[in-house]
Design a binder for this molecule. Structure first.
Ligand SMILES: *[C@@H]1O[C@H](CO)[C@@H](O)[C@H](O)[C@H]1NC(C)=O
Ligand SMILES: *[C@@H]1O[C@H](CO)[C@@H](O)[C@H](O)[C@H]1NC(C)=O
Ligand SMILES: *[C@@H]1O[C@H](CO)[C@@H](O)[C@H](O)[C@H]1NC(C)=O
Length: 273
């Protein structure tokens, strides 16, 4: 008997088959389609449950998850970072040092000399020169970085290079960031770090102190300044770059969150925040 090869396309059932066996193979193919459809359905249901039930519930009740999402202190922290060598990021006449406070918490700090003081300081590794420069009365700016990354993240380094045209720049990593003490972050603890850095600078300069905060750093800076004010300490000025009113607005305005901005995602947001 002559069998003819025919190519048949119907959804996922696409293969050559013999006309003789048409009925049998078609049934087999239908069974496969149903199985695939069922597996897909199961997968989608599972995905739905994870995204809309398990994740929101874990987020709402896990402080650790919330804190990781807010502080992102594990993101963009290169393992080959040269914290000790600001010059390798183009910051000549700058030094790296460490300060310890709050029962053994160590913070990594960069001091970037103002441009008009780099003539003598370009090559110096002499801490005394840096301390005397800080004390000389020129304006100082303390940079509070946002979440993710460290004091050596490229867009921050670019800003120090601009700020140094006028200011003495102090940039530091809060605990849990960069090479500062690796402990769990919290707003309270990071605010204590900011207050400490402010007081440290205040005790050493005769110049005006300005504060720069970026993103999450704006809230940490403002919170610490409110508390420093009760001690009679006030900066000469504050720069807030990309500040926000509260966490709920911050999350809903975050570019990734805009992907779905419908009523349901609003409700989800209300539930988890
Ligand atoms: C310090 O070094 C940098 C980079 O090499 C250079 O651009 C700058 O002009 C130097 N500053 C002075 C005052 O010599
Ligand atoms: C450096 O510039 C500041 C103003 O930006 C000025 O007050 C200061 O006297 C200058 N210092 C030197 C050593 O030129
Ligand atoms: C700043 O000086 C005050 C008063 O001398 C002192 O109590 C405080 O511990 C100092 N803080 C820092 C961070 O140096």
């Amino acid at each position: 008997m002559k069998s003819t090869e025919v190519r048949k396309k119907s959804g996922i059932c696409s293969y050559s088959y013999s006309l003789l066996l048409e009925g049998q193979k078609y049934a087999h193919c239908r069974k496969t389609s149903i199985r695939v459809a069922f597996a897909t359905f199961k997968l989608l249901t599972l995905l739905f449950i994870v995204i809309f039930v398990i994740f929101p519930l874990s987020y709402k009740y896990s402080y650790k998850l919330q804190s990781s999402a807010v502080f992102l202190n594990f993101v963009h922290a290169p393992s080959d970072a040269k914290y000790k060598d600001p010059a390798s990021y183009g910051l000549y006449a700058s030094r790296n040092f460490y300060l310890t406070h709050d029962g053994g918490i160590t913070l990594g700090v960069w001091q970037v000399l103002p441009e008009n003081l780099t003539y003598f300081g370009n090559d110096t590794k002499d801490d005394r020169y840096f301390e005397e420069s800080l004390a000389n009365g020129q304006d100082v700016i303390i940079y509070h970085h946002g979440n993710a990354g460290t004091r050596l993240t490229p867009h921050r380094v670019e800003l120090y290079a601009v700020l140094r045209k006028h200011f003495h720049v102090i940039a530091f990593d809060y605990r849990s960031y960069g090479d500062s003490s690796s402990v769990d972050p919290s707003e309270e603890k990071l605010v204590i770090d900011s207050m400490f850095i402010y007081e440290w600078v205040h005790n050493r300069t005769k110049g005006n102190i300005f504060i720069w905060g970026h993103s999450l750093g704006t809230s940490l800076a403002i919170h610490s300044l409110a508390r420093l004010q009760t001690k009679g300490l006030k900066p000469a000025g504050v720069f807030l770059e990309a500040p926000f009113n509260n966490m709920k607005e911050e999350i809903s305005e975050f570019p990734l969150a805009r992907v779905s901005h419908q009523h349901s995602s609003r409700k989800l947001l209300d539930f988890i925040t």
